[in-house]
Design a protein around this ligand. Structure first.
Ligand SMILES: NC(=O)c1ccc[n+]([C@@H]2O[C@H](COP(=O)([O-])OP(=O)(O)OC[C@H]3O[C@@H](n4cnc5c(N)ncnc54)[C@H](OP(=O)(O)O)[C@@H]3O)[C@@H](O)[C@H]2O)c1
Length: 279
C-alpha cells in the first residue's frame, strides 16, 4: 500500500463533507504528492457552472484507440487506478456515444474505495441499445442524453436535449447536469467528446496521460478547428507526473479561452513554469 493509498480516505471524507481537504500528509512525496494536489484541485475548483475535468490516455502518436475502436489498454495500471480515483471524486462521469458503443463500459469505481458517480451517456444519434451495461446494471444511476424520449430501464433517466449538426451543445449538457445538482464532472472520452468540450472552452482541467506505445493509425485524441500558425495553438500550464512508464500531463485550462490565449502569448515563459520530475 502506497502513502497515497493511505491518504485516500481523507480525500473521500473531504468530498463527502464538501470541505477543504486536510493538508497533504508529510510522508507523501514525489508523484504521490502531485497526484494528491491534482485531486484537491478537482475537489476545490470553483465555477459558476459545473467544473469539468477531461481525461484521455494516449499513445506517443496521439491516438486513443485503433481504427476499429479497440482501446484496452493504451495506458498502464497506474493510470487506470488514477481514473478510478477521479471517478470517485466526481459527481458525474460522461462518455460519448462512440465510447459507449465500442467499450460497453461500466463507469463504476472498482479499483479504489469510494462511491460511483452518476453515469452520463451522450447519444445524439439515438442509436445506442439499452442492453449496454450502463443502462442495464443500475445502480449507480445513469442519465441517457438523447434528442428524443424513449422508455428506459429502471435507474436510467432519459434527458431530452436539442441536437444541431448531429451533436449536442456542450453547454446544454452541463446545464442538464447542473440542474440535477451534479457540479463536478469527469469526461472520460472519447476524443471527439473531449474535443467538443475543449473547443467550447468548457474544460477546466485536462488530465492527458501519454504511454510509450505507437499505434500508428486509429482514433485521434484531440481534433480541434484548424489553425494557421503556432501562435494560435493552445499552450497549457502543466504538471507532469510519472505513472509507471506513462507520463500524466495535468493541464490547467481555467475553462476560459482567454486563459489559453494568455498562455499562448506567454509562450516559452509558460513552458518554463511547467514542472517535470522523472522520479
Ligand atoms: N484511451 C482513452 O483514453 C479512451 C477513452 C475513451 C474512449 N476511448 C476509445 O475512443 C473511441 C471512441 O471515441 P470517439 O472520439 O470516436 O467518440 P466519442 O467521443 O466517444 O463519441 C462521439 C461520437 O461518437 C459517434 N458515434 C459513433 N458510433 C456511435 C454509435 N454507435 N452510437 C452513437 N454515437 C456513435 C457519434 O458521432 P457521429 O454521429 O457524428 O458519428 C458521437 O457523437 C472508442 O474506440 C473508445 O474505445 C479511448
Amino acid at each position: 500500500m502506497t502513502a497515497l493509498d493511505r491518504a485516500w480516505p481523507a480525500l473521500l471524507a473531504a468530498r463527502d463533507a464538501a470541505a477543504e481537504p486536510t493538508a497533504a500528509p508529510a510522508n507523501l512525496r514525489g508523484a504521490g504528492r502531485r497526484l494528491w494536489a491534482s485531486y484537491v484541485e478537482f475537489l476545490t475548483r470553483g465555477s459558476s457552472r459545473p467544473v469539468v475535468l477531461a481525461h484521455l490516455g494516449a499513445s506517443l502518436d496521439g491516438r486513443i484507440a485503433t481504427e476499429s475502436g479497440h482501446s484496452t489498454w493504451v495506458t498502464g495500471q497506474a493510470d487506470l487506478v488514477h481514473m478510478h480515483r477521479l471517478r470517485a471524486l466526481a459527481d458525474a462521469v460522461v462518455v460519448g456515444g462512440g465510447t459507449a458503443a465500442a467499450d460497453d463500459p461500466q463507469l463504476t469505481v472498482r479499483h479504489v474505495a469510494g462511491r460511483s458517480p452518476v453515469r452520463v451517456v451522450l447519444d445524439p444519434r439515438g442509436t445506442l441499445p439499452d442492453r449496454l451495461r450502463v443502462f442495464r446494471d443500475t445502480p449507480p444511476a445513469t442519465l441517457w442524453l438523447r434528442s428524443s424520449q424513449r422508455t428506459a430501464p429502471i435507474g436510467v433517466e432519459v434527458v431530452q436535449l436539442r441536437v444541431e449538426h448531429g451533436q449536442f451543445d456542450p453547454r446544454d449538457v452541463l446545464a442538464a447536469l447542473s440542474a440535477r445538482g451534479l457540479r463536478r464532472v469527469m469526461i472520460e472520452g472519447g476524443g471527439r467528446t473531449v474535443s467538443a468540450f475543449l473547443a467550447a472552452g468548457l474544460v477546466d482541467l485536462l488530465h492527458y496521460c501519454v504511454a510509450p506505445v505507437v499505434i500508428g493509425s486509429g482514433r485521434p485524441a484531440l481534433v480541434l478547428p484548424e489553425i494557421a500558425t503556432m501562435n494560435e495553438a493552445i499552450r497549457l500550464r502543466a504538471t507532469i507526473i510519472p505513472l509507471g512508464q506513462d507520463r500524466l500531463f495535468v493541464c490547467h485550462l481555467g475553462g476560459d479561452p482567454q486563459v489559453s490565449r494568455e498562455a499562448a502569448r506567454e509562450g516559452p515563459r509558460a513552458r518554463r513554469a511547467s514542472t517535470s520530475d522523472p522520479r
